[in-house]
Write a protein that binds this ligand. Sequence first.
Ligand code: PEP
Length: 249
Amino acid sequence: MRKKLVAGNWKMHGSLRQNAALLEQLKFGIAEVQCDVAVCVPYPFLAQVQSVLAGTQLLWGAQSVSEHESGAFTGEVSAAMLREFGCCYALVGHSERRSLFGESDALVAAKFVAAQKAGLVPILCLGESLVEREAGQTKAVVSRQLRAVIDVAGICGLMSAVVAYEPVWAIGTGVTASPAQAQEVHAAIRAQVGGLDGELATGLRILYGGSVKPQNAAELFKQADIDGGLIGGAALVAEDFLAICLAAN
Ligand code: PEP
């Protein structure tokens, strides 16, 4: 039985003042929640999050990570630095990184490996665009993105990783994949992994992301291969985020 995980992606939102209120509300409400819960926050807020959440059942992480260990890479943040701030997770390959910052499959794979090498659990985001879905390429795209990581990290790399299926057309749009649409892709991801290592596939957590709200979370999380969610907009409202976490109970 896979324990569900709900991870919030704050994107580039928040301020020290707003975060303080949000984190206090999360700390207060989390006692009722049985699944694993994490927040992935902008780098400058990691110290605040570490100091407020240390010792609670909430975990935290970053939204990206450098593929390099250290060196002359102005503006970058290494996985070891993230570990120093108590990060458990790092998102890699979020569709906004892929589309707005030109991150290729190969770069995402390098970031995945760098994160793991420093002891972070990468949350590998995969997903097709609307054009790709309409062209019937959903499974091919997701499979290609996943294979790029397996080719570099090896199938064992997925042992301490989380996968998040996030159809690009559902992120921040209010349009969510139907539970059946999401389940179909999740099952395909698990089957692809299962073709290489059955036991690993059975234990692999595959999150769904894309306009998850308190109203649709329970139906999504009921699907056989959906092991929780990666939550954007709704992660900024404590009441909504906690309701989504409770839906995963
Ligand atoms: C995301 O940012 O990964 C995401 C899924 O956003 P939203 O929940 O707002 O669609």
